[in-house]
Every structure is written in C-alpha cells, then in structure tokens.
Design a binder for this molecule. Structure first.
Ligand SMILES: [Zn+2]
Length: 264
C-alpha cells in the first residue's frame, strides 16, 4: 500500500492505493498552518501501513532538502521540512516533488502522455513540469514555467499581478489576473499570453504533447483557442505539439503523487 498527498496551496488531498483502479481518496483538507493541516493528514493515514508516500507540493520546493522554500507566499510554511516531518510521523520514506511535476508523472505513468511532454496548469497561479528522457525535469530548483517573461500584447496596459515580476505569464494570465481584469472591465488577453507561453515552451523543449489543465482550463473552448493562437504565432516555423486536457482529470495531482512512489 502506497500513500499519496497532493499538497496544494488551498487544500491537501490524501489517498492510498497502487494506481487508478485501486485508489481510496480522502476528503479535501484545508491548507492552514502546517500543524493543523498535517494533523488531519496523519489522521487519514492512521489505519494504513504505508510502504512509501509520494508528495506533490505547492512551491517553490527545495527538493534537495525536502522543504518548502523561504520564498513561498504562504508565510506559515516558509522553510517547512515537509519530507522529514512526514517520514518521521508516518514511519515510511517520502518522495517529494512539485505539484505540477507530480501531475506530469501521473499523466505519463497512468495516462498516455508521451516522452517528452510538458504539463501546464492554469489556476490561481500557473505552473509547469514535464518528463524528458524518462525523467521528471529537475535542476537547480525545478521548472518555473509560469514565470516566463513574454512579449506584451499590443494595447495591453495591465501591470500584472506577480509579486516578483509583475507581468510574467502568471502575472498576466493566471485565474487571479483574469479576475482582476474582469473587475476593471479591461480586455482579457489571457489567450494571447498562454499561447505565447506554450509556444516558448514548445521551442525550448520540443515536446510531443502539452497537457493543459487547471481550473481556468475548464472554460469551454479555451484550450482550443490557446492552441489555435499558438499555431498562428508560430507562422509555420516548427512542428508543434498537440495540446490536450489531463487524461486523469481532477485526479492527476493525487495520482501523480502516488506514481512518485508506486511507479518508478
Ligand atoms: Zn512571475
């Protein structure tokens, strides 16, 4: 039996099992303080003996040290040693990665996502991960695909919402940015920036597929509009990847976390 934790910025989802056909998912747990949230997480796992637990976490994450970085906007979690705490309290080894890398791994292991491919989520924020040569993308930190600095759309005066960069991809096209523009009655350029982001990532990685998920992507036809605009921007220059929805749907995060330990 393996454990899985999708550790999101607003909620944690825990599960036990071995794969999509053998999975028990717990009720969502609100992300508050580490002490409160982890008490509920441990209560969920209490009846089970785990061989290992996979964790897909909000970030940024210091993967080498197994902790949330000190730059996370979630103040209570700054520097929190998530991997070590879980290992000590669950008595099982933990594998920690970003939420988006975990989701990418799930789509690759339990879905049909090819190699290489990228996974991008557009929700409150924007994040991305991917599989290249059979491995998740890791490096100095982990990919920060949501923070690409892209060409500004003609006529766009929105300053952007990223606390670090202002008008990076996340600052201009996240769910929060779209909502802020809507409030002031401004034109929504999200398709333009998302298409630019996907094109930049396609040129950088030459993926066979980009899986585009997250709450914002539940907007009807949005994925198709982004893919179409990406093709226009490409001007026929390079062959481009298919842009698809997550095959595992809303379970890609928690199944991805499970795949970090059950499918290696
Ligand atoms: Zn940014």
């Amino acid at each position: 039996m393996f454990g899985a934790i999708e550790a999101g910025g607003t909620k944690f989802v825990c599960a036990v099992g071995t794969g999509p056909d053998d999975l028990v998912v717990g009720a969502p747990i609100k992300t508050t303080t580490p002490r409160e949230t982890l008490a509920e997480v441990l209560a969920f796992f209490k009846p089970y003996r785990l061989r290992a637990v996979g964790v897909g976490s909000f970030g940024p994450v210091n993967l080498a040290e197994g902790r949330i970085t000190r730059t996370t906007p979630k103040i209570e979690w700054r520097g929190y040693p998530l991997k070590r705490t879980l290992e000590e309290s669950l008595g099982a080894p933990a594998v920690l990665d970003t939420d988006v890398n975990a989701a990418a791994w799930g789509e690759h292991c339990f879905g049909e996502a090819p190699d290489p491919f990228l996974y991008l989520t557009v929700g409150t924020g924007i994040g991305g991960g991917g599989v290249v040569n059979g491995k998740l993308l890791h490096g100095k930190l982990h990919p920060e695909m949501g923070h690409l600095l892209l060409r500004r759309a003609d006529g766009d005066t929105f300053p952007g919402l990223c606390p670090t960069h202002g008008d990076c991809l996340e600052g201009m096209a996240s769910g929060l940015a779209i909502a802020a523009r809507r409030k002031t009655g401004e034109h929504d350029f999200a398709v333009e920036y998302l298409a630019g982001g996907l094109l930049a990532l396609s040129y950088a990685y030459s993926p066979l597929r980009i899986v585009l998920g997250g709450g914002v992507m539940k907007t009807p036809k949005l994925r198709a509009r982004v893919a179409k605009r990406m093709r226009e921007m490409n001007c026929g220059y390079a062959p481009l990847p298919k842009v698809t929805a997550p095959q595992l749907g809303d379970l890609s995060g928690v199944l991805g976390a499970l795949a970090l330990v059950s499918y290696r």
